[in-house]
Design a binder for this molecule. Structure first.
Ligand SMILES: Nc1ncnc2c1ncn2[C@@H]1O[C@H](COP(=O)(O)OP(=O)(O)OP(=O)(O)O)[C@@H](O)[C@H]1O
Ligand SMILES: [Mg+2]
Length: 512
């Protein structure tokens, strides 16, 4: 006989107006198990977990903990039952310290005495790297996430729900998180892990439940399945996951970056003497560990970052010192998908049309805004990127699923008909099928003759999709290599600071 499940959700139904987010979902997790929830953007993963953590009330169905039915009408009920959730968008108070955030999650700051030692011991037990006296505003994303985990453990969580915890982590931070998850498993806790990264799901989980359009499709043992089978189950049909490089001769050099140096706020260099060229009809990728100057490079190209030295020539004209608006008007479009998707570029309370207007008004002359182009564009983007939304008007984008919010951000950039497209982390948080749609879209831009600068984390994708790869390490270019012949190992070494010219057998296309 099967042991009684730690948590069991049976026949769960949840609707938002006309949207059926959970349609008779069944889901069970056992003690000592890491269980993935897998599904396309909008499949209902976050909604299901929000019901387990008492944020939403189910419209139907039952929840059992160790065989006993429970009713959660608020998060505190779920916390009392040992459930802790770390959300897709963090819920920390920026102006407070780590310790204050942890204590506040359980009781008032009034009861602070004697708690420090308990919190410290807990952090040590689970090997969580948190400086308890640091303010949240000074923390990296990885630190904030550890803090969120510490907060729920302090509340007594034995069932940890992690909603896309690795979407914004560096590979190193992900390794650390996995160690924490394994530790929890060894202590007999249960971990529910939501991620779109198939290799992570395959590595860390014991079981996988696939959701599709609000329904449970299947629960599988990780050891007995493959990424291909999982994707087919998620999408509901066989999906082709090969990434194709569009082979075509590169066009003329459209952008020449010469000796670009950008300083950080504290005065140390974020980019140092960076030089490269972008050609029309070509995808030039940028590889590098997080924080190697990718953000500053994008911002400098878009006119959002002060340049200390160097030139950015576009069709012979220097863009340095020109305003973002002028640069955009020349046909250079930049989209940077931030770690916090709602933090930049979109206003959560506005509908899709008004979010498009935010960008379009810059391109319109005169005082009165013409809404028609935005309505048309919104409808077009919705169709092209298959954005799941009940409506492009009068439906705040913050109610959409994480991935769908992001598709709007991206669709807005891709649709401005640029000559140069700079896109950083465009597939962050997108499901695997949609990722491939985005790769196709980049190829379409390339075919049109657009010079594409593509910044991303997944080296397999960079190697398969791009023509050349520029590697950044500590703000310096360690080499530009041919994506057709370079290997992951070579790029890995260059990301750590080795020059391409010093590596054996690297197909260096340009010395830097
Ligand atoms: N508060 C809400 N109001 C209205 N609709 C909502 C709300 N929360 C979720 N939905 C809708 O429910 C559906 C499921 O969304 P959910 O956020 O659970 O998806 P998800 O599987 O977590 O997707 P992603 O991978 O993109 O995060 C979506 O169509 C979404 O728009
Ligand atoms: Mg979600």
């Amino acid at each position: 006989m099967d042991q009684v499940a730690y948590i069991s959700m049976k026949n769960i139904v949840k609707t938002f107006g006309k949207v059926v987010a959970s349609n008779h979902v069944n889901f069970s997790v056992h003690k000592g198990e890491i269980h993935a929830l897998l599904g396309e953007n909008g499949a209902g993963k976050s909604t299901l977990m929000n019901m387990l953590s008492g944020i939403y009330l189910p419209d139907g169905g039952s929840i059992f903990i160790e065989g006993k039915e429970v009713h959660f009408s608020a998060p505190k009920d779920s916390i009392a039952a040992g459930i802790g959730m770390v959300h897709q968008h963090f819920k920390l108070i920026d102006v407070m310290t780590a310790e204050e955030n942890v204590i506040l999650g359980k009781k008032g700051l009034f009861f602070r005495k004697g708690e420090s030692r308990k919190i410290d011991a807990l952090a040590k037990q689970f090997e969580l790297d948190v400086d308890l006296h640091k303010k949240v505003s000074d923390m990296s994303v990885g630190e904030k996430q550890n803090l969120e985990i510490l907060k729920v453990l302090y509340q007594g969580a034995r069932i940890l729900i992690l909603d896309e915890p690795t979407a914004v982590l560096t590979p190193q931070e992900t390794r650390k998180l996995f160690a924490i998850m394994r530790k929890m498993k060894a202590e007999g806790c249960a971990v529910i892990f939501i991620s779109h990264k198939m290799n992570e799901v395959m590595e860390i989980t014991d079981k996988i439940t696939v959701l599709r359009k609000g329904e449970t499709i299947q629960t599988l043992n990780t050891a007995e399945t493959t990424p291909k089978q999982l994707t087919d189950l998620m999408v509901g049909r066989a999906v082709d996951l090969t990434i194709e490089r569009l082979e075509q001769p590169a066009g003329p050099e459209l952008v020449q970056v010469q000796g670009l140096t950008v300083l950080k706020r504290e005065g140390t260099p974020a980019l140092q003497n960076v030089s490269f060229a972008m050609r029309g009809g070509e995808i030039l990728s940028v590889a590098g560990i997080a924080g190697s100057g990718q953000k500053e490079l994008c911002e400098a190209l878009a006119g959002l970052q002060k340049v200390k030295e160097g030139k950015i020539l576009f069709q012979g004209e220097d863009l340095v010192g020109q305003s973002p608006k002028e640069i955009r008007r020349r046909g250079i479009s930049m989209s940077f998908v931030p770690e916090d998707r709602l933090g930049m570029g979109l206003v959560g309370g506005m509908d899709m049309v008004h979010n498009l207007l935010l960008k379009q008004y810059q391109d319109q002359k005169g005082f009165f805004l013409n809404k028609k182009p935005a309505v048309e564009k919104a409808a077009e983007i919705k169709e092209k990127l298959e954005i799941a939304t009940p409506g492009i008007s009068k439906y705040p984008v913050k109610n959409l699923s994480g991935g769908n919010i992001q598709k709007i951000l991206l669709g807005r950039e891709l649709d401005s008909d640029p000559e140069v497209l700079i896109t950083a982390y465009p597939v962050r948080g997108l499901d695997i099928n949609t990722c491939h749609k985005i790769y196709d879209l980049l190829n379409e831009e390339k075919k049109k003759g657009v010079a594409v600068l593509f910044i991303a984390e997944d080296l397999d994708v960079l190697l398969a999709l791009s023509d050349r790869i520029l590697v950044l390490a500590n703000g310096e270019v360690t080499g530009i290599v041919d994506a057709r012949t370079a290997t992951k190992e070579q790029i890995g070494l260059m990301m750590m600071g080795q020059k391409a010219t010093e590596l054996e057998g690297t197909a260096v296309v340009e010395n830097c």
